[in-house]
Write a protein that binds this ligand. Structure first.
Ligand code: GLY
Length: 346
């Protein structure tokens, strides 16, 4: 049996390990257990509409293809409790916010994404906790969310069940690994292990708020707001919400800063005033692994080394398609996905 060493034990490494092991590889995950692991800090949105900027057709098309892999992936995970929301509500406050959302909805609708324009009143019928200051928005009908921490736990159990070994500790040099093939899934650490790989950190602060007795219940949908031009999202959990996120490109600092936390709280309360009564459980900062064009780098680096990294703001959405593509590549199939080819930047 051929061996595969995977460097990085986040959601991408785990998903790839599961598919590779099920395709006949003997897999070892080398996991440095990093505090900046993006997967655990994430909010868990499967961001198609919410993460594609208006006009970015290539990104949107890849995000849609990534979403199409999720039903089979969820069936494999066999834990419906992973699902946190089945659709997203996009909400705008001032007229510029509403204008931007209307443009986004038109663009998404023209490209086949199910969008439904909503008045403020219709938004509050779906989500009664949304502020009366919200004027308009739309429902993104295919934009789910999962509980990212539960997903990580389910994947961890699943890879153990199929015989994947897990070794903790930092890897300094890929040549030190004994495996026949090596897959780099190390997020922001990828560029250190493969110099020249264009992956850089983008710090994001995320808050976890717990429902408190007497407060309105957490929403059923992801609620994404544009509040006077600033984006905020509120993602349901069974016992509260996750609020995110700031974005500081190039910043690799792991301390949440007071200003970022204050802005998130202010925008989240503006969008959903009842959050004022929730408990502040945690404020974390994670490092998204960004690439220059926002799309991941998935493919061959040399005749022994492969990359599946640089998933930016959307590693959770893209984990299932990444695992499928990597399994196909390892099996020798050629992949017609130029948008994610590692050679596209050279
Ligand atoms: N996926 C949302 C974020 O990175 O903030």
């Amino acid at each position: 049996m051929k061996t595969l060493g995977i460097v990085g034990g986040g959601v991408i490494g785990l998903s790839c390990a599961l598919r590779a092991a099920e395709s006949g590889w003997q897999v070892t995950i080398h996991d440095p257990v990093r505090a900046d692991a993006a997967s655990a800090v994430a909010a868990g949105m499967l961001g198609i509409a919410g993460e594609s900027r208006t006009g970015e057709d290539t990104y949107l098309a890849f995000a849609e293809r990534a979403m199409a892999r999720w039903p089979a992936f969820l069936e494999r995970l066999a834990d419906p409790g992973v699902i946190a929301a089945r659709a997203s509500v996009m909400a705008g406050v001032d007229s510029a916010d509403v204008g931007e959302l209307t443009m986004a909805a038109d663009w998404l609708g023209e490209r086949g994404h199910p969008v439904q324009s909503l008045t403020g009143k219709e938004i509050r019928e779906l989500e009664p906790a949304v502020s009366t200051r919200v004027r308009r928005g739309f429902l993104a009908g295919r934009e789910m969310a999962v509980d990212n921490r539960r997903l990580l736990a389910v994947l961890t159990d699943a890879v153990a069940e199929v015989g994947v070994r897990r070794v903790e500790g930092e890897i300094i040099d890929l040549d030190s690994l004994p495996d026949d093939q090596v897959l780099l899934t190390a997020g922001v650490a990828s560029a250190k292990l493969w110099p020249g790989l264009p992956v850089y950190p983008s710090k994001g602060e995320v808050l976890r708020l717990g429902w408190a007795r007497g407060a309105l219940a957490p929403p059923k949908h992801v609620v994404r707001g544009l509040i006077n031009g600033r984006a905020v999202y509120i993602v349901p959990r069974s016992d509260g919400v996750v609020v995110g996120a700031t974005q500081y490109d190039g910043d690799a600092d792991l301390q949440p800063v007071v200003g970022g936390v204050a802005d998130l709280l202010a925008d989240a309360i503006e969008l959903m005033p009842s959050l004022r009564e929730y408990r502040l459980l945690s404020a974390d900062a994670g490092l998204r692994p960004l690439t220059p064009d926002g799309l991941p780098i998935i493919g061959r680096l040399d005749n022994r080394t492969w990359a599946a990294t640089g998933h930016g703001r959307n590693g959770i959405l893209m984990c299932a398609i990444t695992a499928d593509l990597v399994a196909d590549m390892l099996a020798g199939y050629s992949i017609d996905e130029p948008a994610i080819d590692p050679g596209r930047f050279s």
